[in-house]
Design a binder for this molecule. Structure first.
Ligand code: SF4
Ligand code: SF4
Length: 420
C-alpha cells in the first residue's frame, strides 16, 4: 500500500507501524474472521478498513476523532493476524496508534473519567476488591446505575471469593524438573483467586518449583489496549525488575497477561529497557504450553466420562499461537472426552475492558460463544484466561444448562485429586 506517513514523527514504533500498513495488500481474507466485521458488517469495522483508516489518520488526511470509534470497536483479538496470508503484524500498528491517538485527540469528559477509573482501579487487586464490594452493595439498584457500572457488575460473581495467600516459593513434589516464576495477575486475584492456587498445585505435582516474585505488578496490557502507553510502561519496568531471569520460564496463566508480557519489546521500543524487555519476553510461556512441553505426569482415570469443551482465548490462539497444547493436556486425562465447539476462532467478547467499553457487541459475541459451547453439551467448559471465564459464566446465566466453567489448571487439579 503506497503511503506518505511521516515515520520519523510517529515515535519509536513508527517503522513497525509503517511496515504493517505497507504489508497489507487489501485481499480481504481477514474479513470473515474478524468478530466486529462479522457482527456489524461494515468495511470500516474490519481489519482492512481499520488499517486504511489508521493510515489516513497518520497521513493527516482524516481527523483522528473520526477514525477513533472504529478503532475503539476493535477487540485486539488478532484473529486478523492468524488469517492474514501476507503476515501483516496488526498488533504493531494498533497499540502504537492507540497511544498516539489518545495523546492527540479529544475525548468527552465522561469517556476520560471512565478510562481514568478503569486504569486507577483494575490493575490493583486491593482497590479492585473494594470497588467490587461497593458495586455488589449497589446491585439491588441496578436499573438506576450508569451503563458503565451496570456492565461491570454483570461480570462480577454473585459473591466475591476470599483472597488466597500464595507462598513466595512452592517446592516441587518428587525430583525437581524445572523452576519457574509465576505472574499472578491483578483482576484474577480478585475474581477467581483459586486459579493461581490450582496452577501452583499442578506445577508442584509435576516437579516444578514455583517462585511468586513479591515485587510483581499488573502486566500493563489493560493500559496498552486503551492507548495509555506511559501507564503500561510503568508496569512493564516494574516487572522487568521484579522477575528473576535464572528460571526456566516466566509463566502466566492468563492469556491476556501472557500476550501483554510478550509485547514488552513493542511497549518499551526505543527506551533504555528495550534490550532487557526482549530477553524477558523470550522467557514468557503460557502455563498450558509449558506443562505440555515439560511432559505432564498422567493423572489417574476419571470416575465417569466427563465431557469437556475447550474455549480458546484469543490471546492464546491468535496472539501466542497456542491451540494444541491445552487440548493435548486434556486428552491426556484418561477417561475424559474432549469436545470441539464451532467457531473456535471467534472472540467471546471479553477483551481487556471491552465488555465495559462496548457492552452491546461484547454481549452479542458472548451469547454467540456460549451458544456454540453449549451445543456440545459439556459438563465442563475449560479456558486459559480469566476474562473469557468471567464472560462465559456471565453470558451463560439463564441458559438452563449448568456446566462448570473453569481454568485449565482447575480441571487438571481435579483430575489429580480424583475429583472428576
Ligand atoms: S484485532 Fe480482532 S476485532 Fe480487531 S480488526 Fe483484528 S480481527 Fe477484527
Ligand atoms: S488478510 Fe492481511 S493483507 Fe489481506 S486485507 Fe487482511 S490484513 Fe490486509
Amino acid at each position: 500500500m503506497k503511503h506518505s506517513i511521516p515515520v520519523d514523527k510517529l515515535g519509536p514504533a513508527g517503522s513497525l507501524m509503517s511496515e504493517a500498513i505497507q504489508s497489507c495488500v487489501h485481499c480481504g481474507f481477514c474479513l470473515p474472521t474478524c468478530p466486529t466485521y462479522s457482527e456489524l458488517a461494515q468495511e470500516m469495522d474490519s481489519p482492512r478498513g481499520r488499517i486504511i483508516l489508521m493510515k489516513e489518520a497518520l497521513e493527516g488526511k482524516l481527523p483522528t476523532e473520526q477514525v477513533l470509534p472504529y478503532i475503539d470497536r476493535c477487540l485486539g483479538c488478532l484473529a486478523c493476524e492468524t488469517s492474514c496470508p501476507s503476515g501483516v503484524e496488526y498488533r504493531n500498528l494498533l497499540g502504537p496508534f492507540r497511544e498516539k491517538a489518545e495523546t492527540e485527540s479529544k475525548r468527552s469528559v465522561a469517556e476520560k473519567l471512565k478510562r481514568k477509573a478503569l486504569l486507577t482501579i483494575l490493575p490493583w487487586p486491593g482497590r479492585f476488591r473494594i470497588a467490587a464490594k461497593v458495586g455488589m452493595l449497589a446491585r439491588p439498584f441496578g436499573r438506576l446505575l450508569p451503563d458503565l457500572v451496570r456492565s461491570m457488575l454483570a461480570l462480577l460473581p454473585k459473591t466475591l471469593p476470599s483472597g488466597i495467600m500464595l507462598p513466595e516459593v512452592a517446592k516441587p513434589m518428587g525430583t525437581p524438573r524445572a523452576r519457574v516464576a509465576l505472574l499472578v495477575g491483578c483482576a484474577q486475584q480478585v475474581m477467581d483467586p483459586q486459579i493461581n492456587d490450582d496452577t501452583i498445585a499442578v506445577l508442584v505435582r509435576n516437579g516444578v518449583e514455583v517462585l511468586i516474585p513479591r515485587g510483581q505488578t499488573c502486566c500493563g496490557a489493560l493500559g496498552w489496549h486503551v492507548g495509555a502507553g506511559e501507564h503500561a510502561r510503568r508496569f512493564a519496568r516494574k516487572n522487568l525488575e521484579a522477575f528473576p531471569r535464572d528460571v526456566d520460564a516466566i509463566l502466566t496463566n492468563a492469556a491476556g497477561c501472557g500476550s501483554g508480557l510478550k509485547e514488552y519489546p513493542l511497549i518499551l521500543k526505543g527506551s533504555a529497557e528495550e534490550s532487557a524487555s526482549k530477553s524477558f519476553a523470550g522467557k514468557v510461556v503460557d502455563f498450558g504450553e509449558f506443562l505440555d512441553q515439560l511432559g505432564m505426569v498422567t493423572p489417574p482415570r476419571t470416575k465417569g466420562v466427563p465431557r469437556v469443551v475447550y474455549q480458546d482465548a484469543c490471546h492464546l490462539r491468535h496472539a501466542q499461537g497456542v491451540t494444541e497444547a491445552p487440548r493435548r493436556l486434556l486428552r491426556a486425562i484418561p477417561g475424559l472426552e474432549l469436545l470441539e465447539a464451532e467457531e473456535p476462532d471467534i472472540c467471546c467478547g471479553s477483551a481487556g475492558s471491552y465488555n465495559i467499553d462496548q457492552p452491546k457487541i461484547a454481549a452479542d459475541l458472548g451469547k454467540r460463544k456460549v451458544s456454540n459451547l453449549l451445543k456440545t453439551k459439556p459438563d465442563w467448559i475449560v479456558s486459559g484466561n480469566i476474562g473469557c471465564i468471567m464472560q462465559v459464566r456471565s453470558c451463560m446465566n439463564g441458559s438452563g444448562q449448568t456446566p462448570q466453567v473453569v481454568h485449565l489448571a482447575g480441571l487438571l487439579r481435579r483430575a489429580y485429586e480424583e475429583d472428576l
